[in-house]
Design a binder for this molecule. Structure first.
Ligand code: UFG
Length: 332
């Protein structure tokens, strides 16, 4: 019988693609989501959905008692950097406390495997690029700090209770399922590609490029955009890696190619065939110059083979979603 996997945050952008991919590969899936940032319409009808909060231990215990879960994929977190700077306690409460409760419930129900969505934000302003898995983790905002605390918790929980875990640190998650049935819909939207596509659709007049005086070739920030389905695939490989008896570990996930904001805008103009007016604006604050992943260990140890290595293809999938769902899920 197929393993049953719980996806915490399975109604979110990354979670909904994760659930899709698990179901594609024959897994049985349980979604836990409180729909605070996720969407009811992003809940996959082939999964069993429990609406509730990961900070609620009674709720989690009920789910673990009803379902025979073998592993948890934890994607349930707040992730807006500027919001975390304004309201750090919201982030420590939801992200850190949520993980404490999840681990308590897992321990009580003898669930041995956790795959965790971590982030490049745990590295802060890296001194070397590309960023290796072993680079120093010195977050520069509460969001990154909360995820680092969660990674650290994993180490001690493994030591004390034997719960094995893999942290996957994504760089810039991008794109959507190719058929455009699920995709990215945040409110407010802060991410570059969805805002570019909103501008392409004429929903806003001009894209603001935050800063053109960074220490990069064209002065705009350089980021590493990795397709959401490739990210989902890495989680399945990490799960198999743990189930094969391998030790807990952490891996950086990116395409290993950096693109400046201006390069992304140029690629989006080619994909959409729209003018996409853009203007320079002051720095947003808290943006590191360059963030590019060294994903060589994920490739070597997990056998990860990203399918999308072309930024145009990645943007095309986001564009298909946007054209099919100009207003996103429209359920909020
Ligand atoms: N940007 C613009 N204009 C916009 C939006 C973004 O110029 O309207 C720029 C940003 O300044 C940045 C780049 O586009 O240089 C990418 O910005 P995103 O907000 O799309 O992504 P970030 O790199 O800021 O954040 C991502 C994740 C975070 C994670 C972080 C790791 O969304 O959750 O990577 O550093 F924390």
């Amino acid at each position: 019988m197929a393993d049953t996997i719980m996806v915490a945050g399975g109604a979110g952008y990354i979670g909904s693609h994760m659930v899709h991919q698990l179901i594609e590969e024959g897994y049985d899936v349980v979604i836990v989501d409180n729909l605070s940032t996720g969407h009811r319409r992003a809940v996959n009808p082939k999964a069993r959905f429990y609406e509730g909060d990961t900070r609620d231990l009674d709720f989690l215990n009920q789910v673990f008692e009803r379902e025979n879960i073998q592993a948890v994929i934890h994607m349930d977190a707040f992730s807006i950097v500027p919001e975390s700077v304004k309201n750090p306690l919201k982030y420590f409460d939801n992200n850190v406390i949520g993980m404490v409760k999840l681990f308590e419930a897992m321990q009580q129900h003898a669930i041995h495997y956790l795959i965790f969505s971590s982030t490049a934000a745990t590295f802060g302003q890296p001194k070397k690029t590309p960023v290796a898995d072993s680079a120093p983790q010195e977050p520069i905002n509460p969001y990154g700090e909360s995820k680092l605390m969660m990674e650290q918790m994993m180490k001690w929980v493994d030591q004390a209770y034997g719960i094995k875990s893999v942290a996957l640190r994504y760089f810039n998650a991008a794109g959507a399922l190719e058929d455009g049935s699920i995709g990215e819909d945040h409110n407010p939207e802060t991410h570059l590609i969805p805002i570019i596509l909103r501008t392409a659709m004429g929903e806003q007049d001009t894209l603001k490029i935050y800063g053109n005086d960074y220490n990069t070739p064209d002065g705009t920030n350089v980021r590493d955009y990795v397709h959401i389905i490739d990210l989902a695939q890495a989680h399945i490989l990490a799960l198999k890696y743990l189930q094969a008896g391998n030790p807990s570990d952490a891996f950086n996930l990116g395409s290993s190619t950096g693109f400046s904001v201006q390069e992304i805008v140029a690629a989006a103009r080619e994909v959409t065939q729209k003018p996409i007016p853009a203007e320079f604006a002051p720095r947003r604050g808290g943006d590191p110059d360059t963030l590019v992943a060294d994903s060589s260990r994920a490739k070597k140890v997990l056998g990860w083979k990203p399918k999308y290595d072309n930024i145009h293809d990645i943007i095309q999938t986001a564009w298909t979603w946007k054209q099919k769902h100009p207003q996103g899920y429209q359920d909020k």
